[in-house]
Design a protein around this ligand. Structure first.
Ligand SMILES: [Fe+2]
Length: 494
């Protein structure tokens, strides 16, 4: 019986959990705000079987969807339920059939068992996306899987009723709160290491309204993108794929510090022929953008968690980039471009700390915003961060940033504690910033952990959680989450 490699990606907090769980009626400590009713969905990579290759890493894990739901029981009490299930992808089903891994390296089908040729190999492990009453589990290497929002049962691969031509869809869609439309893209849209990108707009009714294809300057890992009220923005950073390398059994991604970064900008309802490419600095990388927006002068601002290299050692090392963690630095960085000028330059400014997992209120998507939240490292922590996640160090400081330049607020965690990405729960009360819900891990022994959901007042993070729920099972670090209110859940599509 194969065992999981004893590498950083499979031990400690990263140890696979591998089981479906369901708990009802979990105790809620503190006071859960009345407006926090609904479900917090999380995507968690969790390999069901030991990998074929010992150098595998966390991004390959089978997608698990988890749901923490808050509801009223009708007798004045809050009910907290937690459930987690594997997404029954074609890949997961095929591996369960034989009880072992049949797919090889991360995004390299040339390393799969030969009889798996042609089987959908996405693991649907990155983001639970809610749109038009549907819950989709998305990963950028394939099409998403639709999941029942209540039972978490897998419904199947989702191609918008057969309308989607792209073989892939990003896990980072952008939903415009005003129009209700979902904007997304798929890169490597027609196959491995291709430069083809599909740009898609989905109506508020869930129907695919448009799909246009264009070419990237090179085949890059395009993890996230942004929209503004009038534009769609496609960042290209030099973590690149190469078909010959894949055929030779190599890694999907190498980082190429000598290459320039680019920001493609086009009118969001326009034609891809209107795309303009603005040139950014060489060698940089960003996984997540906080937002993009237009100012009164028509300038476009693109706010991103930018680093001087790719944050993942399993991408840097095979690329021949051997850096000490102290050499890796970044910051919340703004690129400003003028779509209507002749210049293709970006002007760059630092607007926040290093870190990742930026969050803004859904209502401010693509529009000017006064505040946002992100995770970073506590510089005053008297000890190492919790080991875990794809980087090997979990974030331990939650910050609320005032985008007008006011003082940030922070909620530091003590040694042994760490954050997963929060979701934002809006409030209907005027002037109230709503709440954040985040899963918090606490290491209590060499390989012992406890896990909590914290509900935090978003406008006053420093005061700590107002309500907490202990989740009585081991949890692996989450990638992304999504909040779906009770009112939205009531509109779930059949
Ligand atoms: Fe992401």
């Amino acid at each position: 019986m194969a065992e999981f490699p004893q590498t950083p990606y499979f031990i400690g907090l990263n140890e696979p959990v591998g089981k479906d769980v369901s708990f009802t009626g979990l105790p809620v400590e503190g006071t859960l705000p009345d407006e926090v009713r609904g479900s917090f969905y999380r995507a968690v990579p969790d390999p069901a079987f030991p990998p074929k290759f010992a150098d595998d890493h966390t991004l390959s894990g089978d997608g698990m969807i988890s749901r923490l739901s808050f509801s009223d029981d009708g007798a004045g009490h809050v009910h907290a339920d937690f459930a987690m299930r594997f997404v029954e992808t074609a890949r997961h089903k095929a591996e369960k059939e034989l009880g072992r891994a049949r797919f090889g390296k991360y995004r390299n089908p040339f390393t799969d068992d030969p009889d798996m040729a042609g089987v959908d190999r996405t693991v649907a492990n990155t983001t639970p996306v809610w749109h038009a009453g549907r819950l989709l589990m998305a990963k950028e290497d394939g099409r998403p899987y639709r999941v029942d929002p209540i039972t978490l049962e897998t419904i199947g691969s989702h191609d918008f009723g057969g309308a989607l031509k792209s073989e892939t869809m990003t896990a980072h869609v952008r939903v415009d709160a005003v129009t209700g439309e979902m904007f997304f893209y798929g890169y490597e849209a027609d196959g491995l290491a291709s430069t083809k990108i599909a740009y898609c707009v989905v109506g508020a009714d869930g129907a695919l309204k448009s799909e246009q294809w264009f070419d990237a300057p090179y085949c890059a890992m395009m993890h996230d993108f942004t929209i503004t009220e009038n534009y769609a923005l496609f960042p290209i950073y030099p973590t690149t794929a190469d078909l010959e390398r894949l055929k030779a059994g190599g890694e999907h991604w190498h980082h190429q510090p000598e290459l320039e970064s680019w920001l493609g900008v086009m009118p969001r309802y326009g034609d891809v022929s209107q795309m303009r490419w603005f040139k950014g600095p060489k060698g940089v990388f960003c996984y997540h953008m906080m937002n993009a927006w237009e100012d009164d002068a028509g300038l476009i601002h693109f706010d991103q968690c930018l680093s001087n290299t790719n944050a993942f050692a399993f991408i840097r090392e095979p690329s021949g980039i051997h850096m000490d963690p102290s050499e890796i630095h970044g910051a919340l960085t703004r690129w400003t471009v003028d779509f209507n000028s002749e210049s293709n330059a970006v002007s760059e400014s630092i607007i926040g700390p290093p870190g990742d997992f930026p969050v803004i209120p859904a209502a401010r998507q693509g529009r000017p915003y006064s505040h946002g939240w992100m995770l970073t490292m506590n510089p005053d922590l008297q000890g190492p961060p919790v080991f875990g996640g794809p980087v090997g160090a979990m974030f331990n400081l939650l910050v609320r940033l005032d985008m007008a330049g006011g003082a940030p607020q922070a909620l530091p965690l003590p040694v042994g504690w760490c954050y997963n990405e929060p979701v934002h729960v809006p409030s209907a009360q005027s002037g109230h910033e709503g709440w954040l819900i985040t899963m918090v891990d606490h290491q209590t022994g060499e390989n012992e952990f406890e896990h909590f959901a914290w509900v935090i007042e978003a406008g006053d993070v420093a005061k700590g959680p107002v309500a907490t729920v202990r989740i009585p099972t081991r949890l692996r670090p989450q990638v992304h989450g999504w909040w779906v209110s009770a009112a939205q859940l009531a509109t779930a599509a059949r």
